[in-house]
Design a protein around this ligand. Structure first.
Ligand code: 9YT
Length: 135
């Protein structure tokens, strides 16, 4: 059994930060679960372009306030605690935290390998690309 606490991974390679978010990667591919699970904070007042062409992601909001805008249709979905959204169609979108940091629990299939961050199109590299190129 794996038992891991947030405090154990802060300031390690499992603690990945960009200008708009911090992702604490509690489970990764190497843990062998078939998915990864992260505690993610989206910083208030920011917008992130996301397009997971190589992954499915489900996101459950546990704090804060924000919205997802689907780029193809312009639809906007409010995200508050208790909201789940699943990117079952590899949806191209903007994620915004509005008045307060958004606190999210995120799962990825296939699991992230480690230090993935979005490329210029909002995409995370495939596990194979991560392993071979060390993106
Ligand atoms: C919701 C979302 O995709 N935010 C960006 C960070 C990502 N969740 C991650 O790598 O943990």
């Amino acid at each position: 059994m794996i038992v891991r606490r947030l405090q154990d991974i802060l300031n390690t390679s499992r603690d990945v930060q960009t200008e708009t978010w911090a992702s604490r990667r509690l489970l990764l591919e190497e843990d062998g679960m078939g998915f990864s699970m992260h505690e993610t904070t989206i910083f208030a007042g920011t917008q992130t372009h996301i397009w997971y062409k190589n992954h499915l992601e489900a996101v459950y909001c546990v704090g804060g306030e924000g919205e997802v805008e689907l780029i193809e249709t312009g639809e906007i979905f409010k995200i508050v605690p208790g909201t789940l959204y699943a990117l079952n169609k590899h949806d191209n979108h903007y994620l915004r935290a509005t008045t307060a940091d958004l606190k999210l629990i995120c799962t990825f299939n296939p699991p992230l390998v480690g230090t993935e961050v979005h490329d210029e199109d909002g995409v995370y590299a495939t596990p194979e690309q991560m392993r071979t190129a060390q993106v």
